[in-house]
Design a protein around this ligand. Structure first.
Ligand code: NAD
Length: 468
């Protein structure tokens, strides 16, 4: 079995113990990851605190280092892609795309301006608003896009002058550990520490006295626990949490044109994307056509081991998630929905589930109201536009949404009525390092990416110089 180690203070560190990492295409353990002990976590935070003293002082050096980090990561995409595929399940080409995209994110932030403003310059005073780094950041990530979501944090946090202790999900620790090892070549010791372990390690990080900021991506339930843990020490938090994105198809849409795109955005990464389309609202007049067009794509796509040529969709990442998708589909079918495509697991080893399109789904069904986070998409019929917007908004979630139609102005107005952090028109999950990304309501606190995301890793300092 390949050996993976943590990165603490620039050194390679084995865990006090280890835990198995399952290949979801086979359902069996294929690697061991280090289990970070309490003393090792203290050492990681101490290393980050020590490195912070000099890292924060030289902005140019930070920009150069982030460029080097991005270049190095991109150059290793082919080597790293099978590691990501084996632990996460996604096809090799998607894994390579995630790695290259992560490198791109590091390089893009390397050139981003750190906000600075002179708000007064007169006879009496010169007043600047400066963005200072916060110190040590604790970063915690989920299993769906382990490297990309880590780099959404690493890039702005390090650019702003912070140092970091990063913990990936126990389901997908390997790519992030390998990334940490790679970064030893281009970042000063202690700037980026990568530790791995089970969920309690995350809780120990949020309770630790050293970090001043917690940046967390994961579920709503865990996000609330993170916020509680942070509150007693007034640590700053950014929370990127779950979503239940609606796609509203308007009555002037062409089902044949929009359905394949909606399918892509619903099943990307096998539906395991915070901002995948998770429920489709189709007008009664077009309902059957939308359902059939989605199902036609679902029946055609190739599901299989992500390491194999031509596979478009891999397995669900882990057994609990696989069981959850199964349970939500069974619940919907039990309440009268019809699986027009899929509807059951793929026989054999691994956590494969058929791409599933559910007709006859309704608000109030668990798969409509909850986050399924898997390859199953409910389609809900509507008759009144006002009513459907209300139903789309009638959720604790508010991550993203999209509106699909031929009259773009009208679609855009409807998008404006959605209570969510990003509202797209005729697309979904179009993201960019300059574009802030965050959720309303239970989908999050704060933003990642863009100027707002960068500011989230800083504290404001007003510097006021008297002139007289
Ligand atoms: P999760 O909440 O179970 O775990 C996320 C991370 O938190 C893991 O690293 C886990 O080990 C750690 N953790 C667990 N308990 C903790 C605790 N008490 N304190 C601190 N850390 C703890 O989520 P998951 O199942 O890995 O990921 C799926 C969820 O993530 C979905 O809800 C999805 O929508 C969400 N997500 C959101 C975004 C976004 O940007 N909004 C992006 C991707 C995924």
């Amino acid at each position: 079995m390949p050996q993976y180690t943590m990165t603490i203070g620039g050194a390679s560190v084995s865990g006090d113990a280890s835990f198995g990492v399952v290949d979801p295409a086979l359902g069996t353990v294929h690697a061991e990851a280090p289990d970070c002990g309490p003393g090792q976590l203290d050492a990681a935070f101490e290393a980050a605190a020590l490195a912070y003293r000099s890292w924060r002082k030289n902005e140019n050096a930070r920009r150069k280092a982030l460029h080097a980090a991005g270049d190095l990561l991109m150059s290793k995409a082919n080597e790293l892609a099978p590691v990501l595929t084996r632990e996460q399940g996604k096809p090799l080409k998607d894994a390579a795309f995630e790695i290259i995209g992560s490198g791109y994110w590091l390089k893009h932030f390397a050139d981003m301006a750190i906000p600075y403003e002179v708000i007064r310059d007169d006879d009496a005073a010169f007043v600047e608003v400066i963005r200072r780094p916060m110190g040590v950041v604790a970063a915690i990530t989920p299993w769906n896009f382990p490297l990309m979501l880590a780099c959404w944090k690493v890039a702005p946090a390090l650019l702003a002058g912070n140092t970091m202790v990063l913990k990936p999900s126990p389901y997908t620790p390997l790519t992030t550990l390998a990334f940490g090892a790679m970064m030893r070549e281009v970042l000063p010791p202690g700037v980026l520490n990568v530790v791995s372990g089970q969920d309690p390690l995350g809780a120990r990080m949020t309770a630790h006295p050293v970090p001043r900021k917690i940046t967390f991506t994961g579920s709503v339930a865990t996000g609330k626990r993170v916020a509680e843990a942070a509150a007693s020490d007034l640590k700053r938090v950014t929370l990127e949490l779950g979503g239940n994105d609606p796609a509203i198809v308007l009555d002037d849409a062409d089902p044949a044109r929009v359905a394949p795109k909606i399918f892509d955005f619903a099943f990307q990464n096998n539906g395991q994307l915070c901002s995948a389309i998770k429920r489709v609202y189709a007008p009664a007049r077009l309902y059957d056509d939308v359902v059939e067009a989605l199902a036609a794509v679902a029946r055609e796509v190739k599901v299989g081991n992500g390491l194999h040529e031509g596979v478009q969709y891999g397995p669900v990442n882990n057994k609990p998630q696989f069981d959850r998708v199964t349970e939500l589909v069974d619940d919907a079918v039990g309440r009268g929905a019809r699986a027009v495509a899929g509807g059951k697991r793929v026989e054999g080893p691994g956590y494969f589930y058929e791409p599933t399109v559910l007709a006859g789904a309704e608000d109030g069904f668990r798969i409509v109201d909850e986050e399924q986070f898997g390859p199953a998409l409910p389609v809900i019929r509507y008759t009144s536009l006002d009513d459907v917007v209300e139903r789309a908004n009638g959720s604790h979630f508010g991550l993203c949404g999209s509106v699909w139609g031929t009259d773009v102005e009208r679609a855009s107005q409807v998008a404006g009525d959605l209570e969510c952090g990003t509202a797209w028109v005729n697309t979904h999950f179009a993201v960019h390092p300059d574009q802030p990304f965050g959720g309303h309501k239970w989908s999050g606190v704060g933003s990642e990416n863009g100027r707002l995301g960068l500011e989230g890793f800083t504290e404001v300092q007003v510097r006021h110089r008297a002139k007289s």
